[in-house]
Ligand binder design. Structure first.
Ligand code: ADP
Length: 381
């Protein structure tokens, strides 16, 4: 060992290394420390040589180190040797530093030495933290965008929603008038009055359901990932979309795969994408010449192996022209008079943030099919 330490070529080699390098004996006493150690831990090479390596270890490594060495010497069981591990070191000024420590051994049982190579992880950790913050900010931005877009879609559908809510309200008013007339009549009409009251109650429940269904849409909520059954989500969203479809005289047809596996996602955001695509399909069909047959939007769910599901919204509109095909997903691209052009770009962002893909194809028989593919819960386990 001494020969090596005194060999200028050996020390030059050690000092050229960017990582810190130590050699300690079986009691933990430092025999060799290179220049990089000085940079990393603040101690000069002379301050370290002859000291126990515990000097640069914070708790609990400091208290446990003797036991680690003697356990290895007795059992030969390797906990860190040859594997390496992320641990912490303590700088001379007291700072705790994240490091990656690789350990090797050389020498015979009596003269065993441990070599430690210490990599500074501070830059890496800093970059990881910056990345996590940036990802968190992007995540929040996507949520805020998604929320703004949901409110926007609701605004665009306001006329249809008002019409839908108006129906039970009109019915309630009619039944109430009928009830008043019955009560004013001479003969006993208790049965009929009770029936009118029950209808009023049912219609009030219906109006409440419509409003409740919409409320979760406009609520600003965090991205809440959970296992979702897309069939149930699509069925619910079709109830909302029906209001808009009826207003444009369009039928919505559903075909749901009964064996559809669950996906992990935010249910409101997945519904938002489906509603946006259905609304675009209705818009597309309201634009063109109306053909007498097949005036419906076809919505389907299907399995794609065990790992993917696909939701397709197919229409009988004009389809997507070659001139606009590569612009559709760009923010603010719209061909509609009152369009914002944000829908598809936000939908694609939402689906990609769920690990999926959103795209379209033109149908051979006319119209377009927009679809999104999502990984199933199985895929993400
Ligand atoms: P907006 O609906 O506000 O225009 P989108 O991003 O949802 O914003 O859509 C962008 C454009 O994509 C639409 O203006 C339309 O030209 C086209 N588009 C979307 N869906 C369809 C569809 N089903 N068929 C044909 N074109 C479509």
């Amino acid at each position: 060992m001494e020969n090596l330490v005194n060999d200028g070529r050996f020390t030059a080699l050690l000092d050229a290394a960017v990582d810190g390098i130590f050699v300690i004996d079986s009691r933990g006493i430092v025999q060799v420390a290179n220049k990089a150690v000085e940079q990393l831990l603040g101690y000069s090479q002379d301050e370290l040589i002859g000291q126990n390596i515990k000097l640069v270890m914070p708790s609990p490594y400091r208290e446990n180190h003797d036991a680690y060495i003697s356990e290895y010497l007795h059992t030969g069981k390797k906990k860190i040797i040859g594997i390496g591990r992320e641990v912490q070191a303590q700088h001379k000024n007291g700072d705790i530093i994240d490091i990656f420590l690789s350990v090797g051994t050389f020498g015979s049982a009596e003269t065993i030495r441990f070599v430690g190579i210490v990599r500074d992880l501070r830059d890496l950790k800093r970059r990881e933290a910056e990345l996590a913050t940036a990802q968190h900010e992007i995540h929040n931005l996507v949520n805020r965008l998604a929320h703004a877009s949901r409110v926007g879609v609701m605004g665009e559908m306001a006329a249809s929603i008002a019409h839908e809510v108006n129906q039970p309200l009109t019915a309630i008013s009619n039944y109430a008038q009928a009830g008043t007339r019955l009560l004013n009549a001479d003969s006993d009409q208790t049965e009929e009055v009770l029936s009118a009251l029950s209808k009023i109650s049912n219609q009030a429940i219906r109006a409440g359901e419509i409003i409740r269904g919409l409320r979760s849409w406009v609520r600003d909520q965090d991205d809440d990932r959970e296992p979702c059954n897309c069939n149930a989500l699509i069925t619910e969203v079709v109830e909302i979309a029906k209001m808009e479809a009826q207003n444009h005289d369009v039928l919505l047809q559903l075909s749901l795969d009964p064996e559809l596996p669950a996906v992990i996602g935010d249910p409101v955001q997945i519904q938002q994408v489906a509603l946006n695509l259905i609304k675009n399909a209705i818009d597309a069909m309201s634009e063109g010449e109306r053909s007498s047959k097949n005036w419906s939007v076809f919505i389907s769910t299907e399995r794609q192996g065990k790992e993917r599901i696909k939701v397709t919204i197919s229409d009988h509109g004009p389809g997507v022209g070659d001139d606009v095909a590569d612009k559709l997903f760009q923010p603010f691209f719209t061909t509609k008079k009152a369009g914002m052009g944000m829908g598809l770009s936000i939908c694609r962002t939402i689906i990609r943030s769920h690990g999926g893909e959103l795209d379209f194809t033109n149908n051979a028989e006319g119209g377009a099919s927009f679809y999104f593919i999502l990984p199933t819960a199985v895929e993400q386990l």
